[in-house]
Design a protein. Structure first.
Lengths: 418, 305
């Protein structure tokens, strides 16, 4: 009798344990805290409905702290099962340390082009370790109502761009352009990397820099700084202490007419603005010049190599690589353009405008992201500082470029040789 | 012949808990940090490099420029505290201890309250107050006709660090005030009465009688300020970010350490260089505290009542 009871108890425990184990919870590490509602209300329910027994939790941290927080968590073994991947070296380093799993064999990888995968591959392209999710396109948003009121058209050339800014400034109703230098990255990402590709001719210049055939002190790389230095007069009072959220608010409250930015703002701004928004690509130096845009492969999803639930995590990643996810994601987050080879139908007109530039302009990615930010001093971080200095007028474009070049040449072999 | 003294086990037994806990949570991590700074990351793991990290920190033009910049900023941060926070703290304590002052408990509490606020709250509030776009500082200055004096202080290289130091002073002035206030209260009435009999009253009483008696408390406050300032990080990080802008004008040792140790944006963290900076900070604080202990503390005269 006693034995039977014991066996029954044991069986009960085992069964109970099995039932318990069936409901696996996968945790996603991410820096996209803006997207928490989209994950919780749209994406995760769609996955959970199709995959009973797997629960997914989205657990973002602050964007600026993400890399530091993630690295510490991975080192300590407390990171989530799924890791949102920054493009290029930050993630490559995690893969090399064995913290991100190799996902080359994932069936859904076939849905992505080589360019889309390049940001999350080893240098030789042999292993892919994150499923590409989206890219963002840089450009300028403008207050279309204000433009109509002042009778101005979106500019297409550098000259027109400054003519428009002058006109807005003269009128005085609006701050011509919303940008601050307090957070530094605005000047670099929304400034330098936004307008730069038109001067360094996109991929051509970016690759030449990596190969060492061009230098940051060459004219195409100094020219964007020369432009930025001219922006100073069109920014609001006290732009030196203006933060990124300040700039966003200035534009959405209708106090500023133009906002240099990227497509990721579309989803954030749409519910906030009471005016019509328009977008124009970075103006080209001269009419008729070929245009280039920064179409930056920005976000992907990988798997923690030490996850306790690799099978379930792979199942989720297969879904992330599917056309179904691409459609859900691109429409829930207008401005994050799917990298999936299957064409995604988007509804948001502003997102459509951004993505239409892909047809007339040559796309490239941010110049500092691949390889060039592997050493110390870090080129991307130095570019933040240099761009903010140039906009504030604290450093001349030539000095800033010289400093960046010296920093890069101090550790990067192909640039050293020169 | 004297009897052999028994081994006094109870001393070891009573000391053991404190020694064990202190070693486990203070001494061990300290030595492991020192140890970490002697290694570097190599392809296959970590390798011992001796003092190479320190040679890089002080020898490489970029690293050393960043280090000396952070140290210089830190010294200025400390100087502002010593010149503004502590004198104001002493003054407030002297005013509070006036017997005829009404509502002194209210003032004491009101001035002390910012000390218990989180850095995040303080940084955020002040950033808003000083914001050129939405802040009340430009409007307030406008009301008294001094709008021209307003500048986006936190975004200007020449003002940002001093502004932050003054914000920190605003937050922490309650601590010297409380310590000095306690020291002032502990001065026996007989001494004050004797001074009054001798005709020493008012300010001259403060300078000649009270100040010498509270000097040890001022010494302790100076050490606390020194250690606190050289370990500071939170306020700068909250209001200026890890890059300590504009152009590293507000970069202090704490933010420099954070950026190096944990990395920032595309810069990956380097725990070994970070540990080297932490060790340098430890050395600076150690030297500072020792200077105080051996040069100043020993010369302070103490009075027994």
């Amino acid at each position: 009798m006693k034995k039977t009871l014991g066996t029954a108890l044991l069986a009960g425990t085992v069964l109970g344990g099995a039932a318990w184990a069936e409901d696996v919870t996968l945790t996603i590490e991410s820096w996209r805290n803006d997207d928490i509602t989209i994950w919780q209300e749209t994406l995760i329910p769609a996955f959970e409905a199709a995959n009973p027994g797997i629960k997914v939790a989205f657990s973002p941290s602050a964007p600026a702290d993400y890399n530091a927080v993630l690295n510490s968590k991975l080192d300590a073994g407390s990171a989530g099962d799924l890791i949102t991947c920054r493009p290029f070296d930050a993630s490559l380093e995690l893969y090399n340390k064995g913290q991100l799993a190799d996902l080359t064999s994932l069936a859904s990888m076939a849905n992505f082009s080589d360019v889309a995968k390049s940001a999350w591959q080893t240098d030789d392209g042999a292993a892919t370790f994150c499923v590409p999710m989206a890219s963002v396109i840089h450009g300028f948003l403008y207050n279309a109502d204000a433009f109509a009121e002042l009778g101005i058209e979106p500019p297409t050339t550098e000259e027109e761009f400054f003519a428009v800014l002058d006109k807005i400034k003269e009128d005085g109703t609006y701050i011509p352009m919303a940008m601050g230098t307090q957070d530094q990255w605005e000047a670099a990402t929304m400034g330098y990397q936004n307008i730069g590709p038109n001067y360094w001719k996109g991929e051509e210049g970016r690759k030449a820099l990596i190969e060492g055939t061009q230098k940051l002190t060459d004219e195409p790389w100094v020219a964007p700084f020369v432009q930025l230095a001219k922006w100073k007069d069109y920014l609001g009072d006290g732009f030196e202490a203006q933060t990124y959220p300040d700039s966003q608010n200035l534009f959405t409250l209708g106090r500023a007419a133009i906002y240099p930015t990227g497509s990721w703002e579309i989803g954030v701004f749409n519910p906030q603005v009471s005016f019509t928004m328009g977008a124009f690509p970075p103006p080209v130096p001269k009419a008729g010049d070929e245009c280039y845009i920064s179409d930056h492969t920005d976000i992907a999803l990988g798997m923690n190599a030490k996850t306790g639930h690799p099978e379930e995590a792979k199942k989720f990643l297969e879904w992330v690589g599917s056309p179904e996810f691409a459609t859900l994601y691109a429409n829930a987050l207008p401005g994050f353009f799917s990298l999936n080879s299957t064409a995604v139908e988007m509804e948001d007109p502003l997102a459509k405008e951004f993505v239409s530039w892909r047809e007339k302009c040559q796309p490239t990615i941010r110049s500092t992201y691949q390889i060039l930010s592997r050493g110390t001093p870090n080129l991307e971080n130095e570019t933040w500082n240099a761009s903010a200095n140039v906009v504030r007028g604290a450093e001349t474009p030539e000095d800033a470029a010289k400093r960046l070049q010296e920093g890069l040449a101090s550790w990067y072999e192909p640039q050293k040789a020169q | 012949m004297a009897k052999k003294r028994p081994v006094r086990w109870h001393i070891a037994v009573f000391l053991a808990p404190a020694v064990l806990v202190y070693s486990a949570i203070m001494i061990l991590p300290l030595f492991s940090t020192l140890n970490l700074s002697l290694f570097t990351r190599t392809d296959g793991g970590t390798g011992f490099v001796g003092l190479q990290n320190f040679r890089t920190l002080f020898g490489d033009p970029r690293w050393s420029a960043a280090f000396w910049n952070a140290l210089g900023n830190n010294l200025w941060f400390f100087a502002v505290h010593m010149l503004v926070q502590n004198p104001i703290g002493i003054l407030l304590a002297a005013l509070l201890s006036l017997p005829r002052l009404r509502f002194s408990a209210f003032y004491r509490t009101a001035i002390f309250i910012p000390t218990i606020l989180s850095f995040v709250v303080v940084g955020f509030i002040w950033k808003l107050i000083l914001s050129p776009l939405w802040g009340i500082a430009p409007d307030l200055l406008d009301m008294v006709g001094l709008k021209s004096l307003f500048a986006p202080w936190l975004g200007k290289e020449e003002y940002a660090l001093t502004t932050l130091a003054l914000i920190s002073v605003w937050q922490f002035v309650g601590i010297p005030m409380m310590l000095i206030y306690a020291a002032l209260l502990s001065i026996p009435d007989e001494i004050i009465e004797a001074a009054e009999m001798d005709g020493i009253t008012g300010w001259s009483q403060f300078w000649r009688i009270k100040l010498p008696l509270i000097l040890p408390a001022i010494g302790i406050i100076s050490v606390l300020t020194f250690v606190g300032n050289f370990n500071a990080f939170d306020l700068i990080y909250v209001s200026q970010g890890a890059l300590a802008g504009p152009n590293f004008a507000t970069d202090i040792l704490g933010t420099f350490l954070y950026r190096t140790f944990f990395g920032f944006q595309l810069q990956l963290g380097d725990p070994h260089m970070g540990a080297a900076i932490a060790t340098a900070m430890f050395g600076i604080i150690l030297v500072g505290v020792c200077l105080y202990l051996f040069l100043i503390q020993t010369r302070l005269r103490r009075y027994q009542f």
